[in-house]
Ligand binder design. Sequence first.
Ligand code: FAD
Length: 139
Amino acid sequence: MLIQLTYASRTSPNIGPADIKDILQSSQRNNGILGVTGALCLANGIFLQQLEGDRQAVNQVYHRLLRDSRHTDPAILDFGEISCRRFGAWNMGLISAVPDNRQLFLKYSNTAHFDPYLMSVPTLRAFFDEVIQSVRWLS
Ligand code: FAD
């Protein structure tokens, strides 16, 4: 059964570009093996990640990353069955707040700063729909 899980977490204080590179590299390697796809956004000191794939595989990835000291305050924001993948080509793409993406982050924010903890499920889904269409990816 294919599922999708979306969660947010806060970056730990000492996190740097090398950590982000590490996270992406291990995500791409491990997710590729497990058949998990998705996207990781980083803006305003908050990670927002959408994972999709087999239910057991997504659970395995999620439980592993919960133990990671590079982030805190994880919260599941959306979870459910899907009929097909949306990030089929991405083991894990990174979307960060580069100037090209800033307007997109702001478009779906209740406040002046991107805060996925405050976003409703329909808003989160609309955000990821637009990400797939138009974002400038970094990886
Ligand atoms: P390696 O790739 O060998 O480790 C890579 C590096 O990360 C090493 O330098 C190691 O020191 C460091 N590291 C490993 N684990 C930790 C830890 N728990 N705390 C601090 N440093 C550590 N992993 C995935 O597989 N898929 C994902 O989709 C995914 N998404 C993530 C999203 C976020 C926001 C964060 C913070 C982490 C994510 N990770 C993801 C990383 C995950 O938490 C593990 O670090 C990773 O899966 C370990 O991979 P590995 O066993 O191959 O270790």
